[in-house]
Design a protein around this ligand. Sequence first.
Ligand code: SAM
Length: 309
Amino acid sequence: MLHVRVEKRKGQETIDTLKNSGLINREYKIIKDNEYIYIPVKENILNFDTVNMDGVPSARIEPEKVSFSYDIIGSIAIIKGKSLEEAKYLSDFLKTRKNIKTVYLDKGISGEFRTRQLVLIYGVPVYSTLYQENGIRLRVDISKAYFSPRLASERLRIAKEVSDGETIVDMFAGTGPFSLLIGKNRECRIMAMDKNPDAIALLKENLKLNRLKGSIIPIVGDSGQLIQSYHNVDRVIMNLPHDAWEFIGMAYKSLKTGGLINYYEISDLTTLESRMESFRDMGLEIVYKRIVHGFSKYQNMYSIEVKKI
Ligand code: SAM
C-alpha cells in the first residue's frame, strides 16, 4: 500500500494537488503522526516521498480511528492505546524511520513502579536504550523503570528556573531525567529518591554518562518516609501524576518558606479545582499552572507550581 508522506504544514496543499490529479486511493484514509501526513495513493508519484506499506493487514482498518499515539525513546517506538491489529498497522509506518529497531505496543503502565506492559510488534526484543534530551544522556530500560519523553519541555522549563545553590528533593526521580538536567545546568544539591531499585541503579549509571555542575544523591526508598529527614528545602519535584497528592503534606513540611513544589497530576477539572482550593488552604500560593498533555477524554496531565507562603 503506497502513501505519500509530507510534513504536516504541507498537508492540505498536497492533498489538493493529489486530489486534482485523481491520484488519491479513496479506499484508505489519510493518517497523521506528530510530524507527517500520510496520503494513500494509487501509484508511485514523482517528486513525492512515497512510502511503501506492504505490511498492511488484509482486514482493512478504518484509519480515521487509527490516530497515531506513540513515543520514540532512542531506538524503540512505543505505541499506545491501540489494538494489536492497529499497532501492527502503525508499526509499518514506524519501521520506515531510520533508527527504529523495535516497536512495542504499550498495554498500560501499572504498579507502584509505574512500569509498562509491553507486547513486541516489530524488531528485536530490546528494552534498554540510550536517549538524549536537552543535552543529557540517559540509559533507560523500559521494562524495569518508568521513562517517558513527554515531559521534556517541562524538565527544561524547570531546569531554567532553578538557581545555583538550591537544595532540591526529586521525590519520584525514576532514572533521573529531572535531576540530571537540573544538575547539568545548576550548581545545586539534589536528593533523587525512588522506591524502585532498578530506577536508582539506572540513575547511578546516568550520573556517569553526564558531566554535572551540581551534585545528585541517589536514594532508594519510599520518599514519603525519606523526605522527613530533609528540612528547609528550596524545591520539591513531585512527578507521580496519579498519586502525588498523598505525599503533599510531607513535601510541604520539608519546604522552607518561599520554597517551591513542582507538582504533576493527571486529573479532571473538578479534581483540579479542589486541589487549587486545598493548596491555598495549606498556605501554598499557585504561581504556575498549565496542561502538559491530554490523558483521556476528561483528564489532562497538569503541571502546577506552588510556593510556600
Ligand atoms: N521522574 C521520573 C521521570 O520523569 O521519568 C519518574 C516518574 S514516574 C511517573 C514515578 C516514579 O515514582 C517511578 O519511578 C516509581 O518507581 C516511583 N515511586 C512510586 N511510589 C514511590 C514512593 N512512595 N517513593 C519513591 N518513589 C516512588
